[in-house]
Design a protein around this ligand. Sequence first.
Ligand SMILES: Cc1cc2nc3c(=O)[nH]c(=O)nc-3n(C[C@H](O)[C@H](O)[C@H](O)COP(=O)(O)OP(=O)(O)OC[C@H]3O[C@@H](n4cnc5c(N)ncnc54)[C@H](O)[C@@H]3O)c2cc1C
Length: 451
Amino acid sequence: MIQTLNIIGGGMAGSEAAWQAANAGIQVVIHEMRPKVETFAHRTGNLGEMVCSNSFRSDDHEQNAVGLLHWEMMQANGLIMQTAYQHRLPAGGALAVDRDPFAESVTAALKAHPNISVSYEEITALPDDDNWIIATGPLTSGALAEAIAAETGAEALAFFDAIAPIVYHDSINMDVAWMQSRYDKGETEEERTAYLNCPMTKDQYEAFIDALLMAEKTEFKEGETAGYFDGCLPIEVMAERGRETLRFGPMKPVGLTNANDPENKPYAVVQLRRDNALGTLYNIVGFQTKMKYGAQKAVFKTIPGLENAEFARLGGIHRNTFINSPTLLDAQMRLRSRPNIRFAGQITGVEGYVESAAMGLLAGRMAVAEITGQALPSVPNTTAMGALVTHITGGAEAKTFQPMNVNFGLFPALDGVKGGRRNRKDRYKAYTDRAKADWQAWLGQTALDAA
Ligand SMILES: Cc1cc2nc3c(=O)[nH]c(=O)nc-3n(C[C@H](O)[C@H](O)[C@H](O)COP(=O)(O)OP(=O)(O)OC[C@H]3O[C@@H](n4cnc5c(N)ncnc54)[C@H](O)[C@@H]3O)c2cc1C
């Protein structure tokens, strides 16, 4: 019996998933709503369209986690990466891409594949049977989003991200910061010390507010803002509403005693909360922001304890449809309540062209294994692919889940490799060496390319 894989959405993730499955001998139908139904960001009817910047970011596969993801996808015969290299533009260490020829090539390759057909239609309901991947991205159409919300519960589907900056734990100065939950609340010691606190004097707070007010901000695009102001004001907007607003909001100093200086009551406190099970990443609580990236680094490094902070990702607020993957998806990226449906791409809570394509690659391969009755070993979390999928399907804190870029904070520590800024180069090289070996071993075990 011919088994078909249906993929909703022919963007970065859907295109890659289709390519992987078709190369393994599976018949694939891509259901793509464009050009019949438009989004506010896409301009063409091409598959694999890059909606904004033309960069796949760093191409350094020894020192950068996204460069490593490029490398891993190339090893797995990834269409998106192969096509990106074909249409590469000069951009130093970054992989910039000539966007229109890129998307035209992706479209041509998929359409020319004997196992792939494209159906130009909007899918508006969740399919009851057969194998499906939903890869409809940050701008999933309203009707399908409603169907997803009806299945998952409205609170498990977000329409905006509100990303607070995430800091590597080992770059925080613990001689200044201390661990404590407000009023020592919690049943266990772990809960009572769940937050990392950075104290501020009055002068430091006033300088911080001035810096926030003066910082360069990114403007919202048309169609982006509707609805977001209800839940998550950017900190700079809070600061604009009054100099004390933050001190009565996320920076309130109550219920906390500075363990490094118990006699002095802080005037304000910045709190960070653990962002992953490994405890390597901490997000700055309530600090979603539209400040430009350079400004964010400059302003946040004025926070005592964060002078040398290194950021796994910076903050942002965008129009972005995504599900609460840690609660909704199993390790095979299937919807727990409807295992005939997988999710892939940005809608799973990864962020960026490369990460989205990567999750398409994995979902495609997982679907093939299931359809052909093969057992697919779990992807090692020491690889960039594995670190990312492990994060979204369980490693991330579900309650505060927000979209994530790939970064070394998602990787398990390596025994015998030193932490700290000075050893960073050696540490990253050790991470990428381990990842490459483990990824090749995993690909060898799964052998989907051979079909
Ligand atoms: C305004 C904006 C700017 C962005 N800028 C960047 C950037 O500069 N760099 C970056 O790395 N990332 C950026 N992103 C994120 C980027 O969109 C994703 O990283 C990437 O495109 C996600 O890939 P995807 O396959 O998950 O979704 P997409 O590439 O968006 O593909 C989803 C596809 O599903 C289709 N679709 C949606 N609903 C349906 C339906 N019901 N039926 C059938 N088809 C459907 C859409 O038409 C689309 O083709 C941006 C996102 C937005 C919204």
